[in-house]
Design a protein around this ligand. Structure first.
Ligand SMILES: [Zn+2]
Length: 212
């Protein structure tokens, strides 16, 4: 079942690799179908080896409804996010290096670049450390996301989300672009943050961008 949704996850997995957001088997992708049906990537499989049959359909308790693989070890954290952020229908968890580096010694990434605002709408907060493979990661993501589509998890990586996988992917990729640019700019000096008015102006432009 859910062949179309599964094909979207497979495509997003390849994009996540292409944009260098993960290494080896790190990270995961999930989609919410309804309150008791979620599709998730399997635990510990190389994305390039993954086939559509390897994706896991799980229920609200994280138990397999369809498939034969063990689902991602972050399943409980992801379901917590879906339970507490009703607009979220897709999540992408990565260990993207530039954004993760910023999380190690900053409390947030300032709204410093138009693409970051376009895809994430706000500055990106850094949630405190919690161990991986634990529901605590989901709790902190919900607590620290604020108005953004992304939250950086200290010493770990990033969780991005959206109404669909495209929105979550844009959030993750444009965060990494902005984080890399911010790191380079910081080497040369301080980086001013855009004002609330500039952020609102930029966000309005994004509404009519592209082929929508
Ligand atoms: Zn992780």
């Amino acid at each position: 079942m859910y062949e179309y949704e599964k094909s979207l996850i497979m495509k997003a997995c390849m994009r996540m690799k292409e944009y260098r957001l993960i290494s080896l088997t790190g990270g995961n992708i999930s989609l919410k179908i309804d309150d008791d049906t979620y599709i998730m990537t399997p635990s510990g499989m190389l994305y390039e080896d993954m086939e559509i049959a390897d994706l896991c359909v799980v229920d609200h308790e994280g138990k397999l409804k369809e498939g034969f693989r063990k689902p991602t070890s972050d399943a409980a954290a992801l379901i917590y996010i879906y339970d507490h952020m009703p607009k979220v229908r897709a999540t992408i968890h990565t260990h993207q290096p530039y954004a993760t580096a910023i999380g190690m010694n900053n409390d947030s990434l300032p709204a410093c670049m138009v693409t970051l605002i376009d895809a994430n709408h706000a500055r990106i907060n850094v949630a405190p450390w919690t161990k991986s493979q634990d529901i605590g990661m989901g709790k902190l993501a919900v607590e620290y996301a604020g108005d953004a589509n992304t939250v950086i998890m200290k010493h770990h990586g990033v969780i991005s989300f959206g109404k669909d996988l495209e929105e979550a992917l844009y959030a993750a990729v444009y965060l990494e672009e902005a984080a890399k640019t911010y790191c380079m700019a910081r080497i040369m000096g301080s980086v001013p943050e855009l004002s609330d008015e500039q952020i609102a102006d930029e966000a309005a432009g994004w509404e009519v961008y592209g082929q929508r």
